[in-house]
Design a protein around this ligand. Structure first.
Ligand code: FES
Ligand SMILES: [Fe+2]
Length: 460
């Protein structure tokens, strides 16, 4: 049996590729290809990985201390001496711009712990010419060399030349700074696999962080992330969007031999296949109702005109105006669709221009029952590269909802609907007498793919 054909045939409604083939402005080649899973497993995935402390501890050793992780954006490190703290469970890194330039060698990631008695060198971002411990004043140059040792006469055992700050590895891609704590890790470029090729069209290096909001979520980091890499739950959990969002015909891609990257594409400006009776005018109306981006002046449809091209035209106009760039040849798909990638373990960058989101999901310290979710919006820089100051992260309080961050627009309503479900999943999984979770073969194939990679890392 040809499993791939079988899976495609089972999806109801027009495929993403059917929709894209009718668009007036054609999508880039990477969006015109698909790669469904071949012969996917249908085994359950163990549930203890979502709440066991032993699993968490092993994950720290085998995932968080071994994988490449997105730590911050380069625009947070614009000036020499700019410093950002990246915390992952009990590890902390101080990311420092040591020189001007665009190479990874101009940024260092130091273990954020004083070599005297262990004090964290910094607890928050800032700029300084040196790295000075606040306890007794041991001070390092930006290059990590011990420069000042107060009362050196009392430390005959300390050879200053040997007290350089230990470093993690640094990689740069798409305007993101990545770090890896493992000195023997896979080279960064190899780890990224097909991601840079796919993002060539989307130019994340020409964006800046326009909004950055975080919240402690009531579930394991993997459960949180999984809720954002499938659209199978949309019809039940977010039914309001089905008038203008193709949920059940979402395209899921995993590529043979690719371990760290997966993708989904959901079309917008067309109704869900389950709501085929929608008229184009109703689709426009419901999209304008929910998505502030499309509110404002009315969108009139000519006789027989479909909603999607009209909405794409409006999106091009607005994105062009706000970025100061000519967006007149931006494809309908990039102007409207949800084009979402995952880079293992925890980064979810979006392509296209419609929803310039990047998500990150991190454990909340050593608590397997909660995590820190972040939503970032990456807007295009002006054509000359200038941009407003990058947004500082706004940490929502325990009693705040995502909707308390108005800068997130319609993404906040959706995230709030997911938060309630995620709390239930975390508790429900612990109450369950079933040892594993059951996954859809196609629509949850990215979750399957993620766990196959996770299992490989966990096995060492
Ligand atoms: S602990 Fe840092 S100088 Fe003493
Ligand atoms: Fe959701």
């Amino acid at each position: 049996m040809d499993t791939s054909t079988d899976i495609i045939a089972r999806r109801p409604g027009p495929s993403v590729q059917d929709v894209l083939s009718r668009d007036p402005i054609a999508a880039p080649a990477v969006l015109r290809a698909e790669s469904p899973p071949l012969n996917p497993s249908t085994e359950d995935v163990s549930a203890e990985r979502y709440f066991s402390r032993a699993w968490h501890d092993r994950e720290v050793e085998r995932v968080w201390r071994r994988t490449w992780q997105f730590a911050c954006r380069v625009e947070e490190l614009a000036q020499v001496g700019d410093q950002v703290v990246y915390d992952i469970v009990d590890d902390s890194l101080l990311i420092v711009r040591t020189a001007a330039g665009n190479g990874a060698d101009t940024i260092k990631a130091y273990v954020n712990s004083c070599l005297h008695r262990g004090t964290m060198l910094r607890t928050e971002a800032g700029n300084a010419k040196q790295i000075r411990c606040p306890f007794h004043g041991w001070t390092w140059t930006l290059d990590g060399k011990l420069a000042v040792l107060p009362g050196q006469w009392d430390f005959p055992q300390v050879d200053k030349a040997k007290f350089c700050l230990p470093e993690a590895q640094v990689g740069l891609w798409g305007g993101f700074v990545f770090v890896n704590l493992d000195p023997a890790c896979e080279p960064f470029e190899a780890y990224l696999e097909n991601l840079p090729d796919h993002f060539e069209a989307f130019q994340l290096e020409n964006r800046y962080v326009a909004a950055h909001v975080a919240k402690v979520m009531p579930c394991n980091w993997k459960l949180g992330m999984e809720a954002f890499i499938e659209a199978y739950h949309v019809g039940t959990a977010h039914p309001q969007v089905t008038g203008y969002y193709g949920d059940t015909n979402t395209q899921y891609d995993v590529w043979p031999g690719v371990r760290h990257v997966s993708r989904m594409i959901s079309v917008q400006g067309v109704p869900s296949p389950g709501r085929a009776a929608m008229t184009p005018a109703q689709t426009v109306e419901e999209m304008r109702r929910d998505v502030p981006f499309f509110a404002g002046k009315p969108i009139a449809l000519a006789d027989g005109e479909d909603a999607r091209p009209a909405l794409a035209a409006r999106a091009r106009e607005k994105i062009g105006r706000s970025s100061g760039r000519d967006m007149s040849d931006l494809s309908d798909s990039e102007a409207l669709d949800l084009i979402e990638y995952l880079l293992f373990p925890n980064m979810v960058p979006w392509g296209g221009q419609a929803l310039p989101i990047t998500y990150r999901f991190r454990p909340n310290g050593n608590d397997p029952d909660s995590h820190i979710m972040e939503i970032m919006f990456l807007f295009a820089k002006a054509p000359d590269g200038s941009h407003p100051a990058p947004a500082k992260m706004r940490m929502l309080g325990p009693d705040q909802d995502w909707k308390d961050a108005p800068e997130l627009g319609s993404a906040a309503m959706v995230a709030d609907q997911d938060t309630d479900n995620l709390r239930r999943i975390q508790k429900g999984l612990k109450a369950s007498r079933k040892p594993g979770v059951t996954l859809a073969r196609y629509q949850e194939s990215r979750i399957r793919h993620f766990h196959e990679t996770l299992d490989a890392y966990m096995a060492g």
